[in-house]
Design a binder for this molecule. Structure first.
Ligand code: NAD
Ligand code: UDP
Length: 319
C-alpha cells in the first residue's frame, strides 16, 4: 500500500469561521471535501452558525484570538476574522486594528512557515468615501486616518500592505479580495448592518431607521455569489494575487432598499430618519471587470431574490 491509496483531504483553516461569511465558507469547503479547521474567538460570531457542523468529523472548531500566534499544520488559509459591522468594529476600536494587523502578521507567518496560499478578506472600505465611481482596484481611496471608521479602514489597508510585502519579500501565494456589502442568512439579527436591521425592523413592524436622508448608495451581494468568488479565487494560479473587487455592481440608495424590504415583507413599518454616522461613505459600487475576467465569475442572485431568501431566514430565526 502506498500513500496514493489514501484519500488525503486538503486541510483548510478558516479564521472567523463562526461569523456570517465564515460559516457559509466552512459549509462550502466541507461540501467540496476539505478538512476544515474553524478558528474564532466568538467576538461577533455565533456558535449557532456552525452548531450543525460540530458532529462532522471533518470539521474542527478552535476558540482562539488571532491577535495571538497560532501554530497548526494546514494546506491553505482563509483569513476572515474581524468584526465587520460598524457598530461592532467601533465598540473596541483598538482590538479591531489589532485583529486586522496583528492577526494578518500571525496568519502570514503561518503561511510563510508552511509555504501555503492565504486569502485575505479585505473590504471596499479601503476606498473610504470614494471620489472615483464605480471603484476600480487601482483607485487608492479617500480614507480618514483618524475618524471613527479608521480602526477598520486603516486596519484593513495595513493588512493589505502586509500581504503585498510578504508577497514581495517572501514570495507568498496571496489572494486579496475586496468584499463589497454582502448579506444573507446567518447575519446576526442585531448586527447593526443595514440589510439585517431593515429586515428585522420590517418583520416586527418597527420603524425602519434611515441614517441621513437615505440617498447614500451601496451595492449588495448575496452570500452564495461571494462564496463562489472566494473558491474560484483560491483556485487561481499563484500569479493572481488581487486585489480583486468582489461584489454585486447593482447600486441602490438606502431609501430604495428600505422600500424593497417593506414591500417584500408586507410590513406596516414607517421610515424614521436618524443622524448620518460620521464618515459614512456617500456612494459605493464595485467595478468587477477584473474579477469577471480572472475568475470567470459574476453575481447571479439579484437583490430581490436575495432579500426573499434572507427574509425567509429571519422569519424563522425571529420566531
Ligand atoms: P462577522 O462579524 O459575522 O464575522 C467575523 C468573525 O470573526 C466572527 O465570527 C468573529 O467572532 C471573528 N473574530 C473577530 N475578531 C477575531 C479575532 N481576533 N480572532 C478570532 N476570531 C475573530 O463578519 P462577516 O460579515 O462574516 O465578515 C467576515 C470578514 O469579511 C471580515 O474580515 C470582514 O471585514 C470582511 N468583509 C465583510 C463584508 C460584508 O459585507 N459582510 C464586507 C467587507 C469585508
Ligand atoms: N444604515 C441605515 N440604517 C441602518 C443601518 C445602516 O440607514 O439601520 C445605512 C448606513 O448609514 C450606511 C448604509 O446603510 O450608509 C450601509 O450601512 P452598513 O452598516 O450596512 O455598512 P457600511 O457599508 O456602512 O459599512
Amino acid at each position: 500500500m502506498s500513500l496514493k491509496d489514501f484519500h488525503i483531504q486538503k486541510r483548510t483553516l478558516v479564521t472567523g469561521g463562526a461569523g456570517f461569511i465564515g460559516s457559509h465558507l466552512c459549509r462550502r469547503l466541507l461540501a467540496e471535501g476539505h478538512d476544515v479547521i474553524c478558528v474564532d474567538n466568538f467576538y461577533t460570531g455565533n456558535k449557532k452558525n456552525i452548531v450543525d457542523l460540530l458532529d462532522n468529523p471533518y470539521f474542527e472548531l478552535i476558540r482562539h484570538d488571532i491577535t495571538f500566534p497560532f501554530y497548526i499544520e494546514v494546506d491553505e488559509i482563509y483569513n476572515l476574522a474581524c468584526p465587520a459591522s460598524p457598530i461592532h468594529y467601533q465598540y473596541d476600536p483598538v482590538q479591531t486594528t489589532k485583529t486586522s494587523v496583528h492577526g494578518a502578521i500571525n496568519m502570514l507567518g503561518l503561511s510563510k512557515r508552511l509555504k501555503i496560499k492565504i486569502f485575505q478578506a479585505s473590504t471596499s472600505e479601503v476606498y473610504g468615501d470614494p471620489k472615483v465611481h464605480p471603484q476600480t482596484e487601482d483607485y487608492w481611496g479617500n480614507v480618514n486616518p483618524i475618524g471613527v471608521r479608521s480602526c477598520y479602514d486603516e486596519g484593513k489597508r495595513c493588512a493589505e500592505t502586509l500581504f503585498f510585502d510578504y508577497r514581495r519579500q517572501h514570495n507568498l501565494p496571496i489572494k486579496v479580495g475586496r468584499i463589497f456589502n454582502t448579506y444573507g442568512p446567518n447575519m446576526h439579527p442585531h448586527d447593526g448592518r443595514v440589510v439585517s436591521n431593515f429586515i428585522v425592523q420590517a418583520l416586527q413592524n418597527q420603524p425602519i431607521t434611515i441614517y441621513g436622508a437615505g440617498n447614500q448608495t451601496r451595492s449588495f451581494c448575496y452570500i452564495d455569489d461571494l462564496i463562489e468568488a472566494f473558491v474560484r479565487f483560491m483556485r487561481t494560479d499563484d500569479a493572481v494575487t488581487g486585489p480583486l473587487n468582489l461584489g454585486n455592481p447593482y447600486e441602490f440608495s438606502i431609501l430604495e432598499l428600505a422600500q424593497q424590504v417593506i414591500s417584500l415583507t408586507d410590513s406596516s413599518s414607517k421610515l424614521i430618519f436618524e443622524p448620518l454616522p460620521s464618515d459614512d461613505p456617500t456612494q459605493r459600487k464595485p467595478n468587477i471587470s477584473l474579477a469577471q475576467q480572472v475568475l470567470d465569475w459574476e453575481p447571479k442572485i439579484q437583490l430581490k431574490e436575495g432579500l426573499i431568501k434572507t427574509i425567509d431566514y429571519f422569519r424563522k430565526t425571529l420566531k
